[in-house]
Write a protein that binds this ligand. Structure first.
Ligand SMILES: Nc1ncnc2c1ncn2[C@@H]1O[C@H](COP(=O)(O)OP(=O)(O)OP(=O)(O)O)[C@@H](O)[C@H]1O
Ligand SMILES: [Mg+2]
Length: 218
């Protein structure tokens, strides 16, 4: 389902962000990607998002070699994955409602359906009453929740979340983890980068660990 095959990425100044990374994730798995700061976790996500390409190696997602994907196909590829970015990537000139609705708007869903689905998602994630606010007016945790709601609104078969609890208090963190757990039990394949040892150990899921760009546990 997701297969990294001897992937290398060197940034300037000889920083080996990924150094012969090989792992695979099966359909329906729930996997944590762990490792200290600078280990290469976000680089893995950026490659899966097709924001970065590798210097060497291949990545297959659902049997597609993503580095050989035609440019025009990238938006369709991205639609199958719900991404929660470490830096959120929210649109600051739009409301919370519009941010979360964006993936649905792009697919051309009917207005009434968008309204209902987005309002339900807003309630579920605990942002009730904030729909019309702009991201400037939200706390870090609320921005995080907006990013998670946006990533999950299309019910994508994959969810990839980069430190999704980094800005959340303990209660919200568990709420979000339970939400990911629920989606996973319905068949969504989930990959979460996390530093949080308590979460990764209590969730008792498979862990892939990176250290200095190398897989040390998978
Ligand atoms: N665009 C870039 N240009 C130069 N170096 C980069 C770039 N992106 C990442 N790096 C370097 O690659 C290494 C891996 O970075 P990455 O962001 O993947 O780590 P991370 O595991 O996500 O860390 P954190 O836990 O702090 O988010 C780091 O040394 C980082 O400085
Ligand atoms: Mg990172």
């Amino acid at each position: 389902m997701i297969k990294f095959n001897h992937v290398y990425k060197v940034f300037e100044k000889d920083i080996k962000a990924l150094d012969d990374v090989t792992f695979s994730i099966e359909k329906g798995e729930f996997v944590f990607l762990t490792g200290p700061s600078g280990a290469g976790k976000t680089t893995v996500f950026n490659m899966l998002y097709r924001e970065e390409t590798a210097d060497m190696g291949t990545i297959f997602v659902e049997n597609t070699d993503i580095f050989h994907l035609a440019k025009r196909k990238i938006p369709f590829y991205r639609r199958r994955i719900g991404f929660v970015f470490q830096d959120f990537k929210l649109l600051f000139d739009r409301s919370i409602f519009e941010n979360i609705a964006l993936p649905l708007t792009i697919t051309g869903a009917p207005q009434e359906f968008i309204k209902k689905t987005v309002h339900e998602a807003i309630e579920k994630i605990g942002l009730g009453g904030k729909a019309d606010l702009n991201p400037w007016h939200l706390s870090g945790g609320e921005k995080q929740k907006t990013a998670i709601a946006r990533a999950t609104i299309l019910n994508p078969p994959f969810i990839m979340a980069d430190e999704p609890t980094g800005n959340l208090d303990e209660e919200s963190s568990w709420q979000i983890m339970n939400m990911f757990g629920e989606l996973n039990s319905k068949g969504t394949t989930i990959m979460i980068a996390s530093h949080n040892k308590e979460i990764t150990s209590r969730m008792a899921k498979r862990v892939i660990r990176l250290e200095s760009g190398k897989v040390v546990l998978s």
